[in-house]
Design a protein around this ligand. Structure first.
Ligand SMILES: NC(=O)c1ccc[n+]([C@@H]2O[C@H](COP(=O)([O-])OP(=O)(O)OC[C@H]3O[C@@H](n4cnc5c(N)ncnc54)[C@H](O)[C@@H]3O)[C@@H](O)[C@H]2O)c1
Ligand SMILES: [Fe+2]
Length: 368
């Protein structure tokens, strides 16, 4: 049992789930609401029913970097909001958390990188998820790319937990099948990497199991028919559970290996994780036999046979191109990725099986 380990779990104060649930925001009293969105998600702002002097910022790019954050922050400062709403995927929700904490503060983003560095207070915060992937709406972390080092700056603070999180499956109908597939595997990776983590905890295992089983049940359906409300809702829950897993336990080698593919090869976070997921699942199997078998069963993978091939097949059936070479990677770059990934100790040290630089390189070669 892992219950002798102390953990802290932060969750949004209130959760609204279900088709049409985003209209609940209309009940919120705010004189100067600010909605932060991206171009594809701004179309949904009217559904929130917000009144008052509303400012909509709709240009958060995917995988935002520091200048993108700074640009949103400056406009937020000029507006002086009394309610900050994020409406988007992880890229938007992460920026929104930081803006809610920092627009009225003397601290810069660089000053708050790391755990528990944010001082004081924040504006009321609502997170409306529009992808089923990161589970960012459930958590206390935000990631912004540092344009100088090309690595992700990770901020973690209990102040960034939402007052209200909204999981409205209708807002995910418009997510294209390729993004649905990749972000869905990312959600699963959060659950699996926490589940097989050396810091696994029974409380988090419960959420991880629910998330993994929902992905097994609903991801194929959500990719095949984007307006399948039940499947979309199931995936939003899976993503939310994955977000809970990220809080007290976090991910491990899978995410560490995915990061260089994002920062150096510019692959979206979900896709990078989908490509890596099968390889790390199989690599870790000898160190987490029973739990890996549970994952394989939930995903409908054959119990016997080559687990890597089985899990790659699962992702391919979702339409994900799994070969790094097709995504523009050069074989000569792989050793640099391997060094980068191996150096992300905050995640690598969570992995149930030791991984050397050579092991990491072998995985990249296999995925090539
Ligand atoms: N906070 C955390 O705990 C955490 C965890 C993992 C990843 N992340 C971060 O989250 C980001 C990735 O988030 P993501 O995977 O959700 O992708 P994303 O937010 O970048 O969205 C992917 C693409 O889909 C578009 N999109 C979003 N919702 C849509 C909708 N409803 N209809 C049509 N298009 C839509 C976006 O504009 C974007 O182009 C990365 O920056 C990553 O580092 C954060
Ligand atoms: Fe992720």
């Amino acid at each position: 049992m892992s219950m002798d380990r102390l953990i802290t779990l932060h969750q949004p104060k209130r959760l609204e789930i279900g088709a049409g649930s985003c209209a609940k925001l209309g009940e919120m009293e705010a004189a100067r609401p600010l909605v932060i969105a991206s171009r594809p998600t701004a179309q949904y702002v009217d559904r929130l029913g917000l009144s008052g002097q509303l400012l909509v910022i709709d240009d958060v790019p995917p995988e935002p970097d520091l200048p993108a954050f700074q640009s949103v922050l400056e406009r937020a400062r000029a507006h002086r909001p009394d309610l900050v709403v994020g409406m988007g995927g992880g890229s938007v929700l992460d920026i929104t958390k930081l803006v809610a904490c920092l627009w009225d503060s003397g601290q810069s983003l660089r000053e708050v990188v790391g755990p528990n560095r944010i001082q004081g207070r924040r504006t009321a915060l609502v997170q409306v998820a529009t992808t089923a992937g990161t589970g960012s709406e459930a958590g206390i972390r935000a990631l912004v790319t540092d344009p100088e080092t090309k690595s992700k700056l990770a901020v973690e603070s209990p102040y960034m937990i939402a007052d209200l999180a909204v999981l409205d499956p209708e807002l995910t109908y418009s997510v294209p099948p390729a993004v649905t597939a990749a972000t869905g595997v990312d959600a699963m990776a959060h659950c699996v990497e926490a589940f097989t983590n050396i810091h696994a905890h029974d409380l988090v295992d419960g959420y991880a199991r629910m998330g993994i089983s929902l992905v097994g049940r609903y991801l194929k359906r959500a990719v095949a028919d984007g307006t399948d409300t039940e499947a979309r809702a199931g995936m939003m829950l899976a993503s939310y559970y994955g977000g809970i897993c990220l809080g007290p336990v976090n991910t491990a080698a899978g995410h560490a290996l995915a990061y260089p593919l994002g920062t150096r090869l510019s692959l979206p976070h979900g896709l990078a994780n989908a490509i890596i997921f099968p390889h790390v699942l199989a690599y870790n199997a000898p160190a987490a036999r029973a739990k890996t078998a549970e994952v394989a069963q939930a995903l409908g993978l054959a119990a016997q046979g080559d687990l890597t091939a089985e899990a790659v097949g699962f992702c391919r059936e979702l339409g994900i191109e799994m070969r790094l070479s097709v995504h523009g990677a050069k074989e000569t770059d792989l050793s640099r990725y391997a060094e980068d990934a191996h150096a992300i100790r905050r995640l690598m040290d969570n992995n149930p099986r030791e991984m050397s630089v050579a092991d990491v390189l072998a995985i990249y070669r296999n995925a090539f």
